[in-house]
Design a binder for this molecule. Structure first.
Ligand code: NAD
Length: 478
């Protein structure tokens, strides 16, 4: 007899483990099936985010930033070193330690909440049966199944991964030495983050991006500033560059690409391919279940993450929407709560986005170009970090915060940030928007001084035309 659960979650990444923990908190008998294995073959929870994505990449971003700060800004602040050297092994060991502590932390949370962790590969069968293959094959059944199988890097046919010189985002976190010349295909979020890490550690980095425009997902003013700053840091970003072929010759990867000036070749020591991710649906369900996929291959769901099958939900990267851990986590919690009869929902209009480069880029809500395109009238307030005391003291005074507010109601429609610690500051903007705040509400909120967040306050004052620490054109008295 298959063991019966109230809830079985397939996938133990952020979306899946959140769904499992929240289900157990709500009193459901819950199991989570996950097939992730570490390099040494141990099962591990946390999925791509903890094991091979967000967390290890942030560990390297922080370490490389620490090194670059010491190298580039130490002497100007009176710190001198007889020799500042870089040893990649301890940097990688720190990253691995952070990852293993966090993944073990999820296992502890499972235990504390009474979630049964079943290492193995789960497959949805008809009637909410789940087949699990791994060390031992077994089968469980559930009242509710939540699919949270995540996503995988797209393998680009003109630069197929070889796991050695041509790698995906995971391989790019495991180089044994700093490449002298690094190529990156795709100047999207992953390409920019990983390109920045290795640039800071000393690699010459060239990014080949197929699109003509730079970072079209971001607000155009932010994208322009970002490009200027990345170029100044030495990232060689080539737009409109379509890669035709990549071949490994004598320990070198030769990329052949085409742009408006014709065909070119560029040789690098290592190549990271970051041209997007695709949902993990291969082998996830038996055809007889009749589970529907959408036209892009994602599991088809409604706004509450219900699939077409009764008792089956899907959350995270395997469904529509941005492939972001926090979006998946909110979906996981929402589904568990709805199963318990709560009226939870996810507000897809205020999902924050962050690019963890230096400076950090973050936003929430509509971009200025989207408002223009929709013919909506708005007022913009922009405040530069150059006029923020804390940013000056940190020596990181580039970038700005922009608030876009509805011209009639003053309700905040979008907030766009580029500058120091913007990944943290954006949370205040998300909070404001989730309460339906106007720019005047932010204006009348007190911010601690001296903090970087004051730039958000000043941007709201700028919407009304009276920022304090920046000259604005005088308006008639009202
Ligand atoms: P992406 O969609 O952000 O960027 C891929 C880029 O590759 C695009 O700019 C695209 O135009 C370009 N591209 C596609 N085909 C190409 C080709 N043949 N030649 C050259 N360029 C090409 O995808 P990603 O950077 O791989 O990230 C995947 C997903 O993971 C995204 O949804 C992203 O949001 C998510 N992610 C988020 C974070 C974060 O929140 N900080 C970090 C990592 C990944």
């Amino acid at each position: 007899m298959a063991e019966r659960y109230d809830v079985v979650v397939i996938g133990g990444g952020p979306a899946g483990y959140t769904a499992a923990i929240r289900s157990a908190q709500l009193g459901f008998k819950t199991a989570c099936v996950d097939d992730w294995r570490t390099a040494s073959g141990e099962p591990a929870l946390g999925g791509t985010c903890l094991n091979a994505g967000c967390i290890p990449s942030k560990a390297l971003l922080e370490s490389s930033e620490f090194y670059a700060q010491a190298r580039d800004h130490g002497p100007g602040r009176g710190l001198s070193f007889t020799q500042l050297s870089l040893d990649l092994a301890p940097m990688m060991a720190h990253k691995d330690k952070v990852v293993s502590e966090l993944t073990r932390g999820i296992a502890t949370l499972f235990k504390a909440n009474g979630v049964t962790w079943i290492p193995g590969r789960g497959k949805l069968l008809p009637k909410n049966q789940v087949e699990i293959t791994g060390a031992t094959a077994t089968q469980v059944e559930a009242e509710h199944v939540i699919l949270a199988s995540g996503s995988t890097p797209v393998n680009f046919k003109n630069a197929p991964f070889d796991g050695q010189r041509i790698v995906d985002s995971q391989g790019a976190l495991e180089f044994k030495e700093v490449p002298r010349r690094l190529g990156v295909i795709g100047a999207g979020i992953i390409g920019l983050e990983l390109g920045s890490v290795w640039r800071r550690l000393g690699a010459e980095v060239v990014l080949l991006e197929a699109q003509e425009g730079f970072l079209p997902v971001a607000d155009e003013q932010v994208a322009r500033e970002a490009r200027k700053q990345f170029t100044a840091q030495g990232l060689d970003i080539r737009l409109g560059a379509r890669v035709l072929e990549s071949r490994v010759e004598n320990e070198t990867v030769v990329m052949r690409y085409q742009d408006e000036n014709g065909e070119h070749e560029k040789s690098v020591d290592n190549l990271i391919v970051a041209v997007g991710r695709r949902p993990n649906t291969d082998g996830l369900f038996a055809a007889e279940t009749g589970l529907l996929l959408d036209e892009w291959g994602f599991v088809h769901v409604d706004e509450h993450c219900r699939t077409n099958l009764p008792g089956v939900h899907a959350v995270g990267d395997v469904v529509r929407g941005p492939m972001l851990a926090h979006k998946g986590m909110e979906e996981g919690a929402m589904v568990a709560e709805r199963l318990a009869g709560h009226a939870s929902s996810v507000d897809y209009g205020i999902v924050p986005s962050v690019i963890y480069t230096q400076p950090e880029i973050a936003w929430v809500g509509k971009t200025e170009q989207a408002l223009k395109q929709a013919g909506e009238s708005y007022r913009a307030g922009v405040f530069p970090f150059a006029a923020n005391g804390r940013a000056k003291a940190m020596g990181e005074a580039s970038g700005f915060i922009k608030i876009l507010a509805d011209a009639r109601t003053d309700r905040v429609r979008g907030v766009h940030l580029i500058g120091p610690h913007c990944s943290e500051i954006v949370a205040s903007a998300v909070l404001a928007m989730s309460f339906g705040a106007s720019s005047e509400d932010i204006m009348h909120t007190m911010f601690a001084h001296p903090t970087l967040s004051e730039a958000l306050h000043e941007a709201s004052l700028a919407v009304a035309g009276h920022a304090i620490h920046m000259a604005q054109p005088k308006r008639a008295k009202s």
